[in-house]
Ligand binder design. Structure first.
Ligand SMILES: [Zn+2]
Ligand SMILES: [Zn+2]
Length: 363
């Protein structure tokens, strides 16, 4: 089968023939139908986040289960599934406490780029290949742990709902679960890429009162308005912090940073009122440091981090799919282009230039 491999940072991905082993205990073989093109992949490709190489990239995959390994109880051939970027073992302290995105197995899987437990099922000739996030879904097929895939209804379009495996559920969940936006509260979202616009949709769905979106590109701000923002601020033309304070009468109840830029994080923190909450959603390059005035904590402000919007995947993701199918969560409006696997480098180029909000690889 064909797969897109990263051999070293800052080089184009290579689409090559590779072999994939049979699913082993608790693993499933999935035929991919669509995989989203995500900024996190770009961080790995550019070497901003370390990653063992060579690695088959891609983590926002959706497809149909073709075969199950021994001991699999939650899935069967023919099931439609979405892959989850954050794994949950179901057994560790965090999983048991109901915080599955903080599962202790997440970090090893991400940093080792293997399946849970350390296995690799991909090879190019004699050379073993790593699985990005234990998923590796810029490929025609993937073998993943059964707990990395969430079963969803059969009538939802893969090329849309694949986005719910990572960025889109991160944004929606950050507004609804992490922030816990309640009807009438004010929210400002910094960054209108796929994650930020999903946070706009999530905050709208939660009943936000004043909902403000900030970006430096007008076409992304137009999209934010289309998805429910009441006000938009172009940060290249005016001071977003001053404008948020003006629009909210002294600061927003919540600010969400959805870019991964420490300077923008400082602005977001400065946009909430005393007692307000600042949620860090974006993934800043490893080693960067956030500088904020410590006196602001005397104002009762809170900073909250999150992983994949603190979702409980097996419950929340099928729910988001239903909301999309009912027209209440228009995630299809994020997708501006689709590509085939051979065009993967073109897809990343367009993402990096900001030509697309979200694009999808279709198999
Ligand atoms: Zn992603
Ligand atoms: Zn766990």
């Amino acid at each position: 089968m064909k797969a897109a491999i990263c051999y070293e940072p800052n080089t184009p991905l290579k689409v090559e023939e590779v072999t994939l082993d049979e699913p082993q205990a608790n693993e499933v073989l999935v035929k991919l139908v669509a995989t989203g093109v995500c900024h996190s992949d770009l961080h790995f490709i550019k070497g901003e986040m370390p990653q063992p190489m060579p690695v088959v990239m891609g983590h926002e995959g959706a497809g149909i289960v073709e075969k199950v390994g021994p001991g699999v109880t939650t899935l069967q051939p023919g099931d439609h599934v979405i892959f989850m970027v954050s794994f949950s073992c179901g057994k560790c302290r965090f999983c048991v406490e109901g915080r599955p995105t903080r599962c202790v197995e997440n970090l090893p899987i991400m940093s080792m780029a293997t399946l849970p437990g350390g296995g690799k099922r991909l090879r190019k000739g004699d050379q073993e290949l790593h699985h990005l996030f234990g998923l590796a879904c810029y490929a025609e097929y993937a073998v993943v742990h059964e707990r990395s895939a969430v079963k969803i209804r059969d009538d939802a379009p893969f090329e849309v709902i694949c986005l719910l495996g990572c960025g889109v559920s991160s944004g929606i969940g950050a507004a609804i679960n992490t922030a816990g936006v309640r009807p009438g509260e004010s929210v400002v979202i910094y960054g209108c890429g796929g994650v930020g616009l999903s946070a706009v949709m999530g905050a709208r769905l939660a009943g936000a009162g004043v909902l403000i979106a900030v970006d430096t590109l007008d076409r992304k701000l137009e999209k934010a308005k289309e998805l429910g923002a009441d006000y938009v601020i172009n940060a290249s033309q005016e001071d977003p912090m001053a404008k948020v304070l003006e629009l909210t009468g002294g600061g927003a109840d919540y600010a969400l940073e959805c870019i991964g830029n420490v300077d923008v994080m400082a602005q977001a923190f400065g946009s909430i009122h005393g007692g307000g909450k600042f949620i860090v959603v974006g993934m800043a390059p490893l080693g960067t440091t956030l500088n904020i005035q410590s006196y602001e904590f005397l104002l009762g402000k809170t900073i909250i981090g999150c992983v994949q919007g603190d979702i409980k995947a097996s419950v929340d993701v099928p729910r988001y799919v239903d909301l999309y199918m009912d027209g209440k969560l228009p995630i299809d409006k994020l997708i501006t282009k689709s590509y085939n696997l051979d065009e993967i480098n073109e897809a990343f180029g367009a993402l990096e230039r900001g030509d697309v909000i979200k694009s999808v690889i279709r198999f």
